[in-house]
Design a protein around this ligand. Structure first.
Ligand code: SAH
Ligand code: SF4
Length: 339
């Protein structure tokens, strides 16, 4: 069966005409798909023979809302979606003064095993198709009756471990035939799969690459992020510098501050040295609680001292506000078995 919502518009058009149907039907079908229909029989202006053909050869990816939680503090919404095959994923919609932002999942679970992350602890089931990543946005827009303006690929999963589907998703979501959300409004977060960073750079997308660093040296980083054993920090930082040279886009770094683990003045000094001369931005996130990890948020004085050391060395850093903490919707708290 063909995953019809993962097709680019020209692929859909070819599929329709190759099977002997008129070209204009592709436009109609595409319009229905972007309206969020969940079955071909809902396409009211399409003749029965084409509906039969589509039903027999294609399927429509869905993200059905299984559960929805709304934060009492900041109106953040977390969805638990059920996919066609019964797998579960989570997405989070955040409301900012400049509009709505969605954090989407790219895999069911994750293979990378970072010790501070709930997704990493829940194991890996499979990667999502491009249409399943899109379906999260469409379902949220429909449910909340809003238009989403920004996307972060920071939900469950490692986007660069699902490279082809993520590239397809990026092209689909930014296309005029699709949701038309520009690359400048998209952020892709990675734990640092170095060869894939180079591959992504070749596309020269105007998106923001965000690298989850979380430590200033190999010893500290390998303790919490197994991926560092494969792609050590020097290689990762070199890839980020090269990414900027190739794309002209400033890289941002995520640094979850964990009490007594990576938040000392010495760590801040090392980080400053590591990022010296780089056009980048550091987002400091007091680590979010994940059951069973034993990690605690860095104390406020430590956070402030860390920012000060970085800024003394000319590195811009901000401490990120935590949203949706009462509904476990913050970074690293998403999992597939949250019911
Ligand atoms: N796999 C990708 C994207 C999904 S994780 C990545 O790792 O970058 C999204 C972000 O949440 C990453 O920056 C990740 O390091 C961070 N994160 C994971 N667990 C966290 C936690 N407990 N507290 C704060 N941030 C966390
Ligand atoms: Fe996977 Fe990212 Fe979580 Fe690490 S932080 S386990 S890469 S989702």
């Amino acid at each position: 069966m063909i995953d019809i919502k993962s097709l680019y518009y020209n692929e859909l058009e070819n599929f329709i005409t190759d099977n002997g149907f008129p070209r204009f039907r592709a436009r109609q079908i595409s319009d229905w798909l972007s309206k969020g229909v969940t079955s071909f029989s809902q396409m009211r202006n399409i003749p029965a023979n084409i509906i039969d053909f589509l039903s027999g050869s294609c399927y429509i990816s869905v993200a059905n809302i299984e559960k929805k939680l709304v934060s009492r503090y900041d109106k953040t919404v977390k969805y638990l979606f059920c996919l066609n095959d019964g797998e579960y994923i989570e997405s989070v919609v955040m409301s900012y003064h400049h509009g709505y932002s969605i954090c989407v999942s790219t895999q069911v679970g994750c293979k990378m095993g970072c010790t501070f992350c709930a997704t990493g602890k829940s194991g890996f089931s499979r990667s999502l198709t491009a249409s399943e990543i899109l379906a999260q946005i469409e379902a949220a827009q429909k449910d909340l009756n809003i238009r989403i303006s920004n996307i972060v690929l920071m939900g469950m999963g490692e986007p660069l471990d699902n490279f082809d589907n993520v590239i397809r998703f990026l092209k689909l979501v930014s296309s005029e035939d699709g949701l038309n959300i520009g690359m400048r409004h998209i952020t892709l977060s990675t734990c640092g799969i170095v060869p894939r960073i180079y591959e992504l750079a070749e596309y020269k997308f105007a998106l923001t690459l965000s690298v989850s660093l979380h430590a200033p040296d190999n010893e500290t980083r390998s303790r919490t992020m197994p991926v560092n054993n494969r792609y050590p920090i020097e290689q990762l930082i070199k890839a980020c510098r090269d990414y900027f040279d190739i794309t002209g886009r400033r890289v941002s770094f995520e640094y979850a501050m964990i009490d007594g683990e990576n938040d000392s003045g010495e760590c801040a000094q090392k980080l400053s040295k590591l990022l010296k001369g780089m056009n980048c931005h550091v987002n400091l996130i007091p680590v979010n609680t994940v059951e069973g990890t034993g990690y605690k948020k860095s104390r406020t004085e430590r956070q402030k001292a860390f920012v000060e050391i970085l800024s003394k060395h000319g590195i811009t850093a901000t401490i990120r506000r935590t949203l949706g903490s009462d509904i476990n919707a913050s970074c690293g708290q998403l999992r597939r078995n949250s019911i």
